[in-house]
Design a protein around this ligand. Structure first.
Ligand code: CP3
Length: 358
């Protein structure tokens, strides 16, 4: 935090917010809730604003990024904003040609597949992060006591896009590089850790009150490979935040076999996908780690009574953990009816509270 006096975690604006309290292991009066991908295509006001602007250009326009970040907070009354950006923005800022193809995801002009490709990767020029700092600062100025979550992609998930050149099923090419050339792999993951770390740091310096590290595709790794060839690099990403005392959430899809290791890199909370009930996730963590999750996105289109029962079940199981931040098990699907999300927020705020200690 470059100017500690004016940071929301320092001047008290967000310190006692339900999100920050829960991430620090406390059980606030209302259980906090936000949604991964709450900003985006489920909102008509987002689709309207995005007309004529490419995804990554929108992320690098501070005014637009800030407005898009605020939209779901106004509409749903969620307990946090999440900065509108993308995990591949640090790649673009480091000069790697990358685009987001609608309906497909990040696509690279020239995938990184050899030791010599890796040697050509350059660090981010610190000035290139200015649009991120400006977008965050504008957003935080509007948010008041609602915390902004900054985020970045973890090295494995980023490297899987770099090596594959686009979305892939099992990250097979990336995992092949990992086993066939461990040295090149380590160099690539260190580079990813450094650009993601710089991206995270810029967001926290500019006013983010929490961060989430997304290792979305961690579920394709064996526990042993995760532990030896991935986790140390994720830890390196977080070293960019050393000394800042900002709460850290670590999320992955299909992470049930490595939850303890994901918590172990220095996360305050672990995000769980829909596959593992939260009481079981908590058991695997000796009931010692704050959990985030894990409403199944598949239930969002179900009749309200069924969805309501599912949300109540998630809340009940979340009681096993020291604290609980409600979220989906993965991002909001674009076809989601936004009114359903608002209704979930109301429900969680009504029933997700625990009576304060007398
Ligand atoms: O509201 C939020 O959650 C903040 C914004 C956000 C975006 N991407 C915006 C976005 C966040 C946190 C991300 C992270 C991200 N990006 C991840 C990790 C989270 C996850 O879903 O596991 C990953 C793997 C990416 C890479 C990526 N970017 C994918 C797979 C896609 C989807 C492609 C598609 O069109 O379906 C994107 C594009 C993207 N990122 C969109 C948004 C709102 C949709 C593009 C659009 O609106 O035109």
């Amino acid at each position: 935090m470059s100017s500690p006096a004016s940071h929301p975690l320092r001047d008290g604006r967000t310190t006692t917010s339900p999100l920050v309290r829960a991430l620090r292991g406390d059980r606030p009066e209302t259980t906090p809730i936000w949604f991964m991908r709450q900003a985006g295509r489920s909102l008509p006001e987002y689709r309207e604003l995005r007309v004529g602007t490419a995804m990554l250009d929108a992320c690098l326009n501070p005014e637009l990024a800030s407005e898009i970040t605020l939209q779901p907070v106004r509409r749903h009354g969620v307990d946090a904003a999440v900065f509108f950006s993308d995990i591949v923005i640090p790649l673009r800022l480091a000069g790697v040609p990358v685009e987001i193809v609608p309906g497909r995801g990040p696509v690279l002009e020239a995938p990184i597949r050899s030791a010599s490709d890796i040697l050509r990767l350059r660090p981010i020029d610190p000035d290139a992060l200015d649009p991120i700092r400006e977008g965050v600062a504008r957003t935080v100025a509007e948010l008041g006591s609602t915390p902004l979550i900054g985020f970045a992609g973890a090295p494995f998930t980023l490297a899987s896009y770099l090596v594959e050149g686009g979305p892939s099923k099992d990250q097979l090419r990336a995992r092949s590089l990992m086993v066939s050339d461990p040295q090149a792999w380590a160099q690539l993951l260190n580079w990813c850790a450094d650009v993601s770390g710089a991206f995270l740091r810029a967001q926290v310096d500019a006013g983010a009150s929490a961060v989430q590290l997304f290792d979305s595709w961690v579920g394709s790794l064996s526990r042993r490979d995760y532990q030896r060839r991935v986790a140390p690099h994720s830890k390196r990403t977080l070293s960019a935040l050393r000394g800042l005392d900002v709460p850290i959430i670590h999320f992955g899809v299909g992470s049930g076999e490595v939850l303890d290791l994901m918590a172990g890199i220095g996360a305050d909370a672990v995000g769980v996908d829909w596959r593992l009930p939260l009481d079981e996730a908590s058991r695997r963590l000796d009931d010692r780690v704050v959990l985030q999750g894990n409403i199944d996105p598949a239930w969002l289109g179900a009749p309200w009574e069924k969805l309501e029962a599912h949300v109540l079940d998630v809340l009940e199981r979340g009681k096993a953990a020291p604290a609980h931040v409600v979220n989906l098990g993965h991002g909001v699907p674009p076809e989601t009816d936004p009114d359903v999300l608002t209704r979930i927020v109301r429900l969680v705020h009504e029933v997700g509270s625990v009576a304060p200690e007398p």
